[in-house]
Design a protein around this ligand. Structure first.
Ligand SMILES: NC(=O)C1=CN([C@@H]2O[C@H](COP(=O)(O)OP(=O)(O)OC[C@H]3O[C@@H](n4cnc5c(N)ncnc54)[C@H](O)[C@@H]3O)[C@@H](O)[C@H]2O)C=CC1
Ligand SMILES: CC(=O)C(=O)O
Ligand SMILES: [Mg+2]
Length: 604
């Protein structure tokens, strides 16, 4: 059923035409009768044509009338709208979870219809299957659990993973998202309940990159939890033990990575929401050995860099002026440090200076304030970004956010701290004194309640002539007189799908800094000047398939340039290297899976 269907044409056609797109090729199914109805990969519910019902032993197992895909789609959307009406006035959490449940039930029943409604309504549904609602789902996962999705490897499975990996029913897997649940969004250690994040990220992969959902695998590596509340919760579904540490921990991840590599040597593993120490350690350990990347460190860095370059253009200045921008990063975790590293590399590249010199415009603040070389027990990961007290006249070790903002008057204040509201009224008002003609505030922490400030507060206190971006979606802000304060969503969802798809199609066995940089540069140049000048730094989530095609092509071309591309399927490295830029984009686009019902053919 999951033949590759060209998306390019479909994406631009009117909805009615999309439903009557070219007849897809047949799909072989090894099941019959009720087993097909209970398999969401093959199930079409009332959409099975009569001939197919005959062929597959379905006659009598369904009501007689055949309902078209389009009618099924409309029926689902009507149910969704009714749910919206019926839950009006109820608390946000109740409404969000109700919306998640109705989508999740469809996901469990009929994947084709689920992904079609997701793709067609991605802007509306992303906040339900991804941030912020996915955070709420993770917090309540043990209670919400009905059916498993993905795979669970636990500390108790040591020595068994090589055989366990063969329990996964699909023969091929292209994309794995892996977490140990230790830092789920800004919500901390959620143990096994963090599985919601790989599931949500992979839904975005299918929707944005058209990765075939039969070839994705969400994975939870349960090594225990240090969340006391969960350990005491009798319904908690994970291991009731403290997290493994040190070599014991690493040996579990090593075993998992070896098992994956043995069964699917070309599968890409995206590390997601690991606490900082393991995020950096595992990246260092595996990036030259396996096809993997860390989304929080590397994906976030690229999205933030694209946004930071956008803020330079929004001021009407040339990109070369990036070297003069004063940027304060609040949060010295995996995300904040990843952003700093990539931004400093960009400054060094643009100015031709050393990375040491490029650091002078960047300031790093963590929970203990401004990070300087005078800090006791300075974290080695943050050390390269620590300020020498000689270079920060008027500021001292541990200076607060407000002290730093008042003194430095930065062009950009960027939060990746996970702490809701720390860009308070005083801090935001201080940004009015920024040296920039168009100051920028990035409140990138997720989910919504963990954002460093809200969009409304940012425009209210920091001024209307400001650029705003947040990690989770906020509504645009009405500034009166027909003026709109634009809200950007600075989220790694603009990059990770393209990084995955581009790597997959290139056939590269590693993901290099060059490939990641190409992804960031592609996103940075995606927006037209007139939008950027209005403070619109990123495209609408509605066009995420288009963005992903461009980013995927950029990643693929970088892999070709680095001579890492080994090709995929019938398209070898030579063909890839002969493709023009536009042809590469078209090639990537044409390999995006798109949900349509394929005729099912039974084979024993
Ligand atoms: N928008 C996006 O695409 C992404 C957003 N994030 C978000 O960024 C946040 C942080 O993620 P990680 O860096 O992985 O977490 P982390 O736990 O590794 O780091 C958090 C950092 O924030 C600092 N911090 C804590 N309290 C603070 C305070 N009161 N003032 C200043 N700094 C404080 C900590 O010292 C630490 O350095 C999370 O909320 C996550 O959801 C992460 C990745 C991507
Ligand atoms: C977006 C994301 O990856 C995070 O908040 O962790
Ligand atoms: Mg993450």
């Amino acid at each position: 059923m999951w033949k590759l269907v060209r998306y390019a044409a479909a994406s631009n056609l009117a909805r009615s035409r999309r439903f009557s797109a070219a007849i897809p090729g047949p799909c072989i199914v090894h099941k019959r009768g009720a087993d097909i109805l209970h398999d969401p990969w093959f199930n079409k519910d009332t959409g099975f044509p009569l001939t197919e019902r005959d062929r597959l032993g379905l006659r009598g197992l369904l009501p007689p009338r055949v309902i078209s895909f389009e009618q099924q789609y409309d029926r689902f959307m009507n149910s969704f709208r009714s749910l919206e009406n019926n839950t009006q006035g109820q608390p946000d959490k109740v409404v969000s979870l109700a919306k998640w449940r109705i989508l999740n039930r469809l996901h469990d029943r009929n994947e084709t219809l689920y992904y079609r409604v997701l793709i067609d309504n991605i802007k509306e549904f992303a906040p339900i299957i991804y941030t912020p609602t996915v955070g709420l789902v993770c917090q309540n996962y043990s209670g919400l659990f009905r059916r498993p999705r993905g795979m669970y490897f636990s500390a108790k499975d040591k020595g068994e993973m090589m055989s366990m990996i063969y329990n996964w029913p699909a023969h091929e897997v292209d994309m794995i998202v892996l977490t140990d649940g230790s830092r789920i969004l800004g919500l901390g250690d959620l143990g096994v309940q963090g599985i919601g994040i790989p599931i949500g990220k992979l839904d975005v992969y299918v929707a944005a990159a058209g990765i075939n959902p039969q070839r994705i695998l969400p994975v939870m590596l349960d090594v225990g939890t240090n969340n006391q509340k969960l350990l005491e919760d009798r319904l908690y579904l994970g291991l009731r033990q403290p997290r493994l540490e040190g070599e014991e921990y690493l040996s579990i991840i090593d075993e998992f990575m070896e098992a994956v590599h043995a069964r699917w040597p070309k599968a890409i593993v995206q590390f997601e929401d690991f606490q900082m120490k393991w995020a950096f350690e595992t990246l260092k350990r595996y990036q030259k050995k396996f096809c993997m990347f860390n989304d929080d460190i590397q994906g976030t860095a690229g999205v933030a860099l694209a946004g930071l370059l956008g803020t330079v253009r929004a001021q009407g200045r040339p990109l070369t002026d990036f070297v003069n921008q004063k940027i304060v990063v609040v949060g010295a975790g995996s995300a904040g440090l990843g952003v700093l590293k990539m931004a400093i590399q960009a400054v060094a590249k643009i100015s031709g200076c050393s990375e040491l010199a490029a650091k002078s415009q960047f300031y790093l603040i963590d929970k203990d304030g401004l990070v300087t070389t005078e800090r006791n027990n300075l974290d080695p990961a943050a050390a390269p970004f620590a300020k020498n007290p000689r270079d920060i006249e008027g500021l001292t070790e541990g200076a607060s956010i407000i002290e730093v903002v008042k003194k430095i008057r930065p062009h950009v204040l960027l939060g990746l701290s996970g702490v809701g509201g720390i860009f308070n009224e005083e801090v935001l008002k201080a940004m009015r004194e920024s040296v920039s003609t168009k100051p920028a505030i990035f409140a990138m922490s997720n989910p919504t309640m963990n954002a460093e400030c809200t969009a409304i507060d940012a425009f209210k206190h920091a001024g209307e002539n400001m650029v705003f971006a947040s990690g989770s979606p906020f509504e645009n802000v009405d500034l009166g007189n027909g003026i709109v304060g634009h809200v950007n969503q600075a989220n790694n969802m603009y990059l990770f799908p393209g990084i995955g798809l581009g790597t997959l199609l290139s056939g590269a066995h590693l993901i290099t800094d060059g490939m990641l940089q190409a992804a960031a540069e592609c996103l940075a140049s995606y927006m037209a000047e007139e939008d950027i000048l209005k403070g619109i730094l990123y495209p609408s989530v509605d066009s995420i398939r288009d963005v992903t095609a461009e980013v995927g092509a950029a990643v693929l071309r970088a892999a070709v340039e680095e001579e890492l591309a080994e090709g995929n399927g019938d398209v070898g490295p030579k063909e890839l290297s002969h493709m023009s830029k536009d042809e590469t984009v078209e090639y990537v686009r044409s390999n995006m899976w798109y949900p349509v019902y394929s005729p099912l053919v039974h084979e024993k």
